[in-house]
Design a protein around this ligand. Structure first.
Ligand code: SF4
Length: 355
């Protein structure tokens, strides 16, 4: 590690940040704990440009902790539709309720209390403290890992405990006692705009003089990627049962597991018969059925190959009625329920062709 970290790292980084950092992101104005927390959760696994419109819509629907805590979970999931990793939304909602009930709708200003909230890990807790309260706390998100592994040429996958501990140690040493909010934003911005995943802009980087990866000429080798096993493939058939009012049958998925509590299409095995399944489960007779184009949706740990079948239900049968866990649905903007992204697209495309 260079002799004086402040001179080689935080000082040039902060100088660069004043001129080139991002100062107009929607969660920076004002930079309060609720907005910082929301942005940090949304930015896990998702790019800034994708997050911005979601952040703005979410904030309009739930402008503060109390409105979020009081909202029905369906409405929270509805605002999250398309952003993926829905456990984040469920945890956000639970955490808001705990903050209102146990912390008078205020964010605690210490790491361990923040860490005790659902969905908040060590780096998110530190980011809230640094960004919202200017308290010096080290963060270690994907951008920081990339900058530090390159600056010190640290080999080994950063998710490995030993490497992760080493990076936490370095990150703590680098975080200045003053100006924590700017420093934290500066290192995230450098990772996002200069020390980018591919083709980092080393010539314009304020850390270039002491960067070991740049001296070795191999920044692209850091961070070491995880050795990936091939993702398994699962298959499912989704039924788009449409009644004579143009509505499509949705079922609410169970809370645990993939797409927990979201509203999705009935599913069956590829070897099952759509007419029989519709009759047995939903008392619906099918008049016509058409196989739509199959597509793949990839989760973090498997691919899901989806074969949709569009079925027009006979007007002569009495199908299942709306209930707590199933509903006839028509993409009405007033109907606020959470849908998995691929199911939402499928519904919109089908209803556009078959209003
Ligand atoms: S010099 Fe290049 S590799 Fe090193 S921190 Fe800057 S952008 Fe990243």
């Amino acid at each position: 590690m260079p002799q004086n970290i402040h001179l080689t790292f935080s000082k040039p980084l902060l100088t660069w940040f004043r001129q080139h950092g991002r100062h107009d992101l929607p969660w920076q104005q004002p930079r309060d704990a609720y907005r910082v927390w929301l942005s940090e959760i949304m930015l896990q696994q998702t790019q800034v440009q994708t997050v911005i419109p979601y952040f703005e819509r979410f904030l309009q629907a739930f402008p503060n902790l109390r409105t979020l805590a009081q909202a029905p979970q369906d409405e929270v999931l509805h605002q999250w539709t398309g952003l993926g990793y829905y456990a984040r939304a469920r945890n956000l909602h639970k955490a808001a309720q705990i903050l209102v009930e146990q912390h008078k709708a205020e964010f605690p200003q210490n790491h361990s209390s923040l860490l005790a909230l659902p969905g908040i890990g060590p780096s998110t807790a530190a980011a809230i403290l640094a960004q919202a309260f200017n308290l010096p706390n080290a963060i270690l998100d994907g951008n920081v890992k990339r900058v530090l592994t390159r600056f010190y040429a640290i080999s080994g996958w950063p998710g490995k405990k030993q490497i992760e501990n080493q990076l936490w140690d370095i990150s703590r040493k680098h975080t200045p006692n003053h100006n924590a909010a700017d420093y934290t934003q500066a290192i995230m911005d450098l990772g996002a705009t200069v020390c980018t995943r591919s083709k980092p802009h080393c010539k314009t980087c304020p850390l270039q003089t002491h960067c070991m990866a740049d001296q070795q000429g191999n920044p692209g080798d850091y961070p070491t990627p995880k050795k990936r096993a091939r993702l398994p493939v699962r298959k499912t058939t989704m039924l788009l049962l449409q009644n004579n009012k143009g509505e499509i049958l949705l079922q609410q998925r169970p809370a645990p597991g993939i797409w927990g509590n979201l509203w999705s299409l009935p599913e069956m095995e590829q070897t099952d018969n759509a007419a029989e399944i519709s009759r047995q489960r939903f008392a619906c007779e099918i008049e016509t059925s058409v196989e739509l184009s199959a597509f793949r949706h990839t989760f973090s740990h498997f691919h899901l190959d989806i074969q949709p079948i569009h079925c027009i239900v006979s007007t002569h049968t009495q199908c299942v009625m709306d209930s707590g866990s199933q509903v006839w649905y028509k993409c009405d903007p007033a109907d606020k329920r959470g849908l998995p992204g691929p199911v939402k697209k499928l519904l919109e495309a089908t209803l556009e062709k078959n209003p």
